[in-house]
Design a protein around this ligand. Structure first.
Ligand SMILES: Cc1cc2nc3c(=O)[nH]c(=O)nc-3n(C[C@H](O)[C@H](O)[C@H](O)COP(=O)(O)OP(=O)(O)OC[C@H]3O[C@@H](n4cnc5c(N)ncnc54)[C@H](O)[C@@H]3O)c2cc1C
Length: 466
């Protein structure tokens, strides 16, 4: 096994013997070595500036473009590296671990946008958005809606209309990583001629058509990733900037956006956890207590912290890599083009929810314990651990949030997948009857009258029966 190096020195954190290298091809290991070198030379130093000054990590993303990573999973015939889901997991993890977590998150959103386009590739979309990627073009996913919070699959305050062979788009997004900096935005709106809840469509909107106010962005962590609100107001786009057919939004979520985002973001959280363990190793093996003649790393308590952190984090990593491998198998190593209606990655959605929950939960715990292991020194900014700690905190709250995910999984296990009511459509009769039981006769009559009036109003709006 080759030694992990940091510039001209051996790496000061965990060596490759703690990386599950059996999941990587030789080429993927070479890509990782390139990434570590980029992190050592430039990306890690830029992470500090991004964090201090709320600076978009443009230079880091350019570096990734220069080395082909912006088109990592794009087929070689379109200028990409033709890599798979495992390579993507490794890349996001490596950038977050050794370089810059904000850059890693911008990269994940970029790759999600690219994957959404590549689910339904057309010559026009490929020429305009995919072939120029490595010149440093950045994409992003703009989904979260101000009205529905972390239920980002429900864009109620956005809409699209047909117009002159193209579309007029209105989109409000409460959060968008790279907002105001990306070159293209993959957005989801309700479909033109909207028929009801899951009738959503996906469009690509260019930066000139997007309003953003990056100056308003300020957050606890991932400060460089610039995830403020954006707005697209009455913008006309050509007909070839729809991705997939009208109404493809829900399939696009299940087959492209969710799988790539969940693999990538889970890998960021794992990378942050590993980066914190690396820092703790460096510090605790160097700091000495002269009175007892021991290094901090010699205390069994500290060894316990690190041992548990490494085992928990490697469990999360192997979980991500295993689900990424399942996606690779289902898509012939990311080479299969799926027709609308065909599923591959979507069959693993309930596994993808689990990897994000575990990675986000673990990273918050690990950064906390590594801070304890490093003592007051870790609390100071020069060691960088506190940045990893703040960046890690985004994991739990990013949609799908960990509260939502554990409920999805628990509910699906206990009541079946059909009980997951993404679009708030199914009626829970048990809850209603239980509440009604609590009413006295007068309150029941009042409720009945209210319901009868609502039923009349609703019926008068419905088309007349033949
Ligand atoms: C750093 C960062 C970058 C982001 N980048 C992007 C991006 O690029 N694109 C994008 O589209 N979005 C992005 N988001 C948005 C993200 O995906 C969520 O939409 C956002 O974090 C939700 O915040 P909120 O305040 O609306 O939470 P809310 O939805 O209001 O959540 C508040 C609380 O309610 C809980 N909750 C919500 N629903 C339920 C439920 N059904 N059951 C139980 N509890 C529930 C939540 O778990 C949470 O504890 C980003 C977020 C962050 C933090």
């Amino acid at each position: 096994m080759s030694e992990k190096v940091w510039g001209s020195e051996p790496f000061w954190g965990l060596g490759h013997e703690w990386d599950p290298d059996w999941v990587l091809t030789d080429r993927q290991k070479e890509l990782r070595a390139t990434l570590i070198e980029l992190c050592e030379k430039e990306m890690r130093a830029n992470a500090k500036r991004s964090d201090d000054e709320l600076l978009y990590p443009r230079r880091n993303l350019e570096l990734l473009g220069e080395h082909g990573f912006l088109g990592l999973c794009v087929p070689e015939e379109y200028g990409g590296l033709g890599e798979n889901h495992v390579a993507f997991a490794m890349t996001a993890e490596t950038i977050a671990r050794y370089g810059c977590a904000s850059t890693a998150m911008c990269y994940v959103m970029h790759m999600g946008a690219v994957a959404a386009i590549m689910l339904r590739p057309t010559p026009e979309l490929i020429d305009k958005y995919i072939r120029p990627l490595n010149s440093g073009k950045i994409g992003t996913l703009s989904y979260s809606d101000p009205e529905t919070g972390s239920h980002f699959w429900y864009p109620v305050s956005s809409r699209a209309e047909r117009l002159n062979g193209g579309y007029r788009i209105n989109k409000k997004a409460s959060w968008t990583t790279s907002g105001g900096f990306a070159d293209f935005y993959v957005v989801q709106t309700t479909s033109p001629d909207f028929k009801g809840y899951d009738d959503l469509s996906v469009f690509v909107v260019d930066k000139e058509d997007v309003q953003a106010q990056p100056a308003l962005w300020d957050a606890l962590g991932l400060r460089g990733n610039q995830s403020g609100p954006i707005q697209v107001e009455n913008v006309e786009i050509p007909g070839d900037q729809i991705v997939g057919p009208v109404g493809d939004g829900a399939s696009s979520n299940d087959e492209a956006v969710d799988p790539w985002f969940l693999i990538g973001s889970s890998s960021c959280w794992n990378g942050i956890a590993l980066g914190a363990v690396d820092i703790a190793k460096r510090h605790t093996t160097r700091k000495k207590h002269v009175d007892v003649g021991m290094r901090v790393a010699d205390y069994p308590t500290i060894q316990d912290y690190v041992g548990e952190a490494v085992m928990d984090t490697n469990a999360c990593r192997l979980f991500v890599y295993s689900v990424a491998q399942a996606c690779d198998r289902a898509t012939d190593d990311n080479r299969r083009t799926l027709q609308p209606g065909e599923t591959a990655r979507a069959d693993y959605l309930h596994w993808l929810w689990q990897i994000k929950f575990e990675a986000a939960k673990n990273t918050a715990h690990v950064v906390d314990k590594m801070l304890h292991a490093c003592g007051g020194s870790g609390y100071k900014r020069d060691m960088e651990l506190e940045r990893y700690l703040r960046d890690a905190k985004a994991g739990w709250v990013m949609g799908p949030t960990n509260e939502v995910l554990r409920q999805f999984v628990g509910k699906a296990v206990l009541l079946g997948f059909e009980s997951l009511d993404y679009w708030n459509q199914s009626y829970n009769r048990r809850v209603v009857e239980n509440e009604v039981k609590k009413l006295d006769a007068a309150a029941k009559r009042e409720l009945a009258q209210q319901l009868l009036a609502e039923a009349e109003a609703q019926q008068s709006k419905e088309p007349a029966q033949a």
